[in-house]
Design a protein around this ligand. Structure first.
Ligand code: FES
Ligand code: FES
Length: 160
């Protein structure tokens, strides 16, 4: 039996498109997105659920994609950083640029997806709420002050 024989086919709605993908049952959602679907905007940092670099939205809710298997998300709707922009930067991405909220940029896709979830949850109304809600997203460059400012600005524009 080859490795291919052990693979299963799952269907994900990724950024609004139905995608069928064959994965080993042990493949994380993160690896399915990056390695199988070639959506490399989602970053792998720790692989242990501790850094938030791999944050995506599943059915509109924030998750760390390194801690869930692709197979567990069969049939679900996944939004990655590639789905945020609509031909131009969305308001959160634009706010990150405007507020100089990244340095190396490695954590930024996860920060932006986490911010999108936080704003949708209606939990971005103050700096302390943003800090708490984004506490699972680490930035080794230490851009936190500007990240909070960017999220606050993006949340304000959305009226939350
Ligand atoms: S790579 Fe998933 S939380 Fe760090
Ligand atoms: S901008 Fe470099 S890790 Fe956050």
């Amino acid at each position: 039996m080859t490795n291919d024989d052990k693979e299963i086919e799952i269907t994900l709605s990724v950024n609004g498109q139905q995608r069928r993908v064959r994965v080993d049952p042990r493949t994380t959602l993160l690896d399915a997105l990056r390695d199988r679907l070639k959506l490399t905007g989602t970053k792998k940092g720790c692989g242990l659920g501790q850094c938030g670099a791999c944050t995506v939205l599943v059915d509109g809710r924030r998750i760390v994609s390194c801690l869930t298997l692709g197979a567990m998300n069969d049939g679900r709707a996944v939004t990655t950083i590639e789905g945020q922009a609509e031909g131009r930067l969305d308001r959160i991405q634009a706010a990150f640029v405007e507020h100089d909220a990244f340095q190396c940029g490695y954590c930024t896709p996860g920060q932006i997806m986490s911010a999108a979830g936080l704003i949708a949850e209606g939990r971005a109304s103050s700096d302390s709420e943003i800090r708490e809600g984004m506490s699972g997203n680490l930035c080794r460059c230490g851009a936190y002050t500007n990240i909070v400012a960017a999220v606050r600005a993006a949340a304000g524009e959305s009226g939350t």
